[in-house]
Design a protein around this ligand. Structure first.
Ligand code: 6XA
Ligand code: ZN
Length: 342
């Protein structure tokens, strides 16, 4: 299987994040991608290719143009305001505040275009997020050109990012951008299976009213875990998309045996839906030693995950999302890919 990777993705290198009421060292860091790349090389997964540079158009198919422009021009505005360090939003236009005002102040803009205060924006964030989307798009291109599978080693991740907001370490929704691209190039039905520990709220929302992109997500119960406000079992789609979203929120402490029934059910949905392509939002944070998560996957379980997904028998893109146990990230990720290839 080919791996798509761009060094430009490493340029987003946040120093700190806000979590647990503190400024802490950031966990979504460049070494995550570096160790996966190193393991892909060591274990000879296949050729490593540099992504094409895509124009902004495929991003605009999923994200608001003004949001893309905000990210592009952010650092210039931030530094023009005299700020020198990475940025965090701290005020949001929630209930009772106005959505119809033209926001000008950089702190207002940060709130307007974000969902949380836990996602630092820095000088190179836009450039790295574009490269991450290019990585996903190139993997999609490989599928269109006849490959049966591809691994998009994306960073920063994407599944929390929505139409016009960033959050959860995500800026552009790589899975959604790739899915829309496959649709635009002639595939009829795309399925996205999100196995990240966290619910992919951005991806779900982007396709919630559409039957042409099935969204399936297995994740920690949002009653007890980020993103808290989406990802419950009763969210199943709306309008033409009714029935084309499925969520399996699972309790904290879930191990492979407790996870498997949900995965089997998701795979049955894939059999019924018969997608032309499958995009796996491959978060690696269900791992037992993940520093911010509460599931109990062991490294061997990732081989089983890959094996099970191979049985679905659909052209598949694996696209990296979260996962912060840096030392094990390469092993776990390549376990999925090797399990898939059999
Ligand atoms: C809050 C947790 C952000 C979740 C990031 C993630 N700081 N999403 O791994 O999949
Ligand atoms: Zn996650």
């Amino acid at each position: 299987m080919k791996t798509v990777f761009s060094n430009t993705q490493l340029a987003h290198a946040p120093a700190q994040e806000i979590s647990d009421g503190q400024l802490k060292p950031a966990v979504e860091i460049p070494s995550r991608a570096e160790i996966v790349l190193k393991t892909v090389r060591q274990r000879n997964v296949g050729e490593i290719v540099v992504p094409e540079e895509f124009p902004v158009r495929p991003l605009h198919r999923v994200h608001a143009p003004d949001y893309v422009s905000f990210l592009e021009s952010f650092w210039e505005k931030w530094t023009a305001a005299g700020r020198t360090r990475e940025a965090f939003p701290f005020v949001w236009p929630i209930r009772s505040l106005r959505h119809d005002v033209e926001v000008e102040h950089i702190d207002g803009l940060l709130g307007r275009y974000s969902m949380d205060a836990g996602t630092p924006l820095g000088e190179n964030t836009y450039k790295a997020a574009r490269a991450s989307a290019d990585t996903a798009l190139t993997a999609a291109r490989l599928l269109l050109d006849g490959e049966k599978s591809a691994f998009a080693l994306c960073r920063p991740p994407g599944h929390h990012a929505g139409y016009d907001f960033f959050g959860g370490y995500c800026f552009f929704n790589n899975a959604a951008v790739a899915a829309q691209y496959l649709r635009d190039y002639g595939l009829h039905r795309i399925a996205i299976l999100d196995v990240d520990y966290h619910h992919g709220n951005g991806t779900q929302a982007l396709f919630y009213d559409r039957p042409d992109v099935l969204f399936l997500s297995i994740h920690a119960d949002p009653k007890h875990e980020y993103p808290y406000f989406l990802g419950f079992a009763d969210e199943t789609g709306e309008h033409a998309g009714t029935g084309f979203t499925r969520n399996w929120p699972l309790p904290l402490g879930t191990d492979w045996d407790a996870y498997l029934p949900a995965l089997e059910e998701a795979c049955r949905w894939l059999l019924v839906y018969k997608p032309d392509a499958l995009i796996v939002s491959l978060g690696m944070d269900c791992y037992e030693k993940d520093p911010i998560s509460g599931f109990k996957f062991k490294s061997e379980d990732y081989i089983r995950l890959g094996q099970r997904l191979a049985k679905v028998g659909v052209p598949t893109i694996f696209l990296m999302e979260g996962g912060y146990a840096v030392e094990a990230l390469g092993t776990n990720c390549v376990n999925v890919l090797e399990g898939f290839e059999g």
